[in-house]
Design a protein around this ligand. Sequence first.
Ligand code: SF4
Length: 307
Amino acid sequence: MRIGIPRALYYYRYGALWKTFFSALGCEVILSPQTDRAILSQGSRYAIDESCLSAKIYLGHCAWLLDKCDFIFVPRMADLGRDKEFCLRFRAMPDVVFSTFRDEGVRIVSCDISMHKGKSEAAAFAELGKKLGFKKHQTLTAYLLAKQAEQQQAAAGARKLEAALAGPELKVLICGHAYNIYDRYVGQPVLDAIRNNHAVPIPADWMDRDEAWQAAADLTDTMPWMVNRELTGTAVLLKDRVDGIVLLSSFSCGPDSMTDEILTRRLKNIPILTMTLDGQDATAGMETRIESFIDILHLRKDGTVCL
Ligand code: SF4
């Protein structure tokens, strides 16, 4: 059985878990390629105008997978508990993908993750294995292996974070969703620009998720979205260990607009640059903004300017 996984949205957060789960069950995992102009154009063609850039990219990856697998895996992700909600787009995504590609005969496989409804991640994966026709013990074994892979990924992130923070170079925290940071077409040019200006980009997802989620309480009591809480908490925890912060958002993202506002208003004594990804090919404007920002960070570090 070939399971297609769109290389977009929470693939960049849960990819190790998902790939290991399906592979351990003996499924062939077909991963869509890196985002490029063609994938984004396809996604934009299928998406409604109000979609955020990241959701458009997701639909482009689904379109690529249509004729290459038996099922596209599109989980319905609602929440992992109180103040651990996912953006509404993740709840609706199986319906959106199904209705968008119904005429093309799309076949999706999904599972529901919603602690408010008593559906934990473990229960969701048990349901998923059953739907695909696997026995309970096979599904459980696959899920446990998948959790190990996820833990290894988190441990690798923690090691990279400590190594980056220990170095002498200028450090820039990239505060954004992993699917924006790691997407080769929209996010990586920003990281490349930072490196080209002799600074080290530090992706926010290297931070321990629980620690970050808890630290967000310093700045907000009300933010309901789990990942945005983690981003807020990561900025709180690292602000004295980095030289600057880039807030990286998708165009028309609601949760990020609130997070960015909270961080720019309430985080003190740290230079912050907000960057909105809109899928444009031209990078000159972005590169100029990064260059100017990093110049300021260098001057601030040298004591030439005081911000
Ligand atoms: S959090 Fe923002 S970027 Fe992510 S899916 Fe929701 S609206 Fe889009």
